[in-house]
Design a protein around this ligand. Structure first.
Ligand code: TYD
Length: 392
């Protein structure tokens, strides 16, 4: 049974950055549910994939040093540990991972044409397709079997999980390995980061829920690695149950134990998260109002999809934030979805003019604080809502 635990209000499509402010942007109701049987957390309203992942998708994985570094390290680990003959990446974005491999040994699947074009131009075979049974059949016909399938921050974006895993098992060799990584539900609840939820994040996985899903496809997790990226993610190493060559590591039972200890299998924990999110909203509004009462200026840093959830849930608009700065070219000179706040190209001159900065990309806090030492040294302050709204 699916039980409701948080209403994040009427939201525009995250990543729908518009050139002109439009009061009539498509909106949907963002409500969160916990399935008491499967333990899966999901949003209620599903926006068709074709609307979300189009030819103008702005998100670029290689825009941050943290991400580029993380993918490079992962590529080295994959080569060392598994030495795959052939790798398939589902949701290859702008090739941040593919680029670290030999062109003849990898292929990507990427539904956003603007992104697929980037890797195709670099010489990496990229299927400009959604990941589904049809695509997997096409790939299987050409490449037979694949011994490593990798997917970061993509599986949770696809509504039909049954088809996702059916399509994966269709191409994966008997001894093949599936590696997926996505934001961790445990981190999300611990940090009270309700902004992990928006139309693209249909699910936020716990290991408990993922294990239940994989079980249906005779797949099992044999190792888990926690990563700091995206506010705390889990990288799951998965194999077919019948593959006895790989032993299940203790990291799996340890992660599941931690999740059970926190109560991720119990509805009451989600109910509490819902209550805490409402408290967080009220506290954040208070902080913004107090700063504005003193006639100080606030700008936003990192025009993230997460920030769109926050701004629209808390009803924080151009009355509070003068503009956002972001390094992503496709977001610049556009408006934050659902608000009149403009996104400007990052320039340190803009940083040096303001009193306060709202940390939209709080998950890159370390990288940003390092970059903005000058702002901090002259007494500039950051505002964050993680884990509770505060000024830093
Ligand atoms: P991310 O947190 O990955 O996004 P989302 O919530 O949309 O999944 O995106 C980080 C955003 O922050 C991205 O638009 C780039 C921007 N950014 C900067 O502008 N400057 C920086 O120094 C960093 C690290 C990120």
């Amino acid at each position: 049974m699916k039980k409701f635990f948080l209403d994040l209000g009427s939201q525009p499509l995250a990543n729908n950055y518009l050139h002109k402010f439009n009061n009539n942007q498509v909106r949907y109701n963002l409500k969160l549910y916990f399935d008491t049987k499967t333990k899966l957390v999901s949003i209620s309203k599903r926006i068709p994939s074709k609307i979300m992942f189009n030819n103008r998708y702005p998100y670029r994985s290689s825009i941050s040093k943290t991400m580029t570094h993380s993918f490079k390290k992962l590529s080295n680990d994959i080569k060392k540990k598994f030495n795959p003959k052939f790798l398939l990446e589902i949701g290859s974005n702008d090739g941040v991972l593919l680029k670290n491999f030999d062109k003849n040994k990898v292929i990507g699947v990427e539904p956003c044409r603007n992104l697929a074009n980037i890797t195709s131009k670099l010489g990496y075979k990229t299927y400009n397709k959604f990941w589904n049974l049809q695509t997997s059949k096409k790939i299987k016909k050409k490449y037979k079997q694949i011994d490593l399938v990798y997917s970061a921050n993509t599986i949770t974006h696809i509504s039909n999980l049954k088809e996702v895993f059916k399509a994966i098992t269709n191409v994966l060799s008997d001894e093949g390995i599936l590696i997926i990584e996505d934001p961790s539900l445990l981190d999300c609840l611990k940090k009270n980061s309700y902004d992990q939820f928006y139309n693209e994040h249909i699910y936020v996985f716990s290991s408990i829920a993922l294990r239940n899903i994989l079980n249906k496809f005779n797949l099992e997790i044999f190792d888990i690695k926690r990563l700091d990226i995206h506010g705390g993610s889990l990288r799951y190493f998965i194999k077919r149950k019948k593959n006895k060559l790989l032993k299940i590591k203790q990291t799996v039972s340890e992660q599941i134990k931690k999740e059970i200890f926190f109560g991720l299998n119990k509805f009451r924990v989600y109910k509490k998260f819902g209550e805490n999110s409402l408290k967080s909203k009220n506290r954040l509004i208070k902080i913004f109002s107090k700063i504005k009462d003193k006639n100080k200026t606030i700008i936003g840093y990192g025009a993230t999809a997460k920030a769109t959830t926050i701004l629209n849930y808390c009803k924080i608009g151009a009355n509070f934030i003068d503009y956002f700065v972001d390094t992503t070219p496709d977001k610049q000179n556009k408006y934050m979805p659902g608000s009149k706040i403009k996104i400007l190209k990052y320039h340190n001159k803009l940083i040096n003019k303001t009193d306060y900065i709202f940390l939209g990309a709080w998950n890159f806090k370390k990288e940003i604080f390092n970059k903005e030492k000058k702002f901090l040294n002259r007494g500039g302050k950051f505002i964050t809502h993680i884990p509770i709204p505060k000024i830093i």
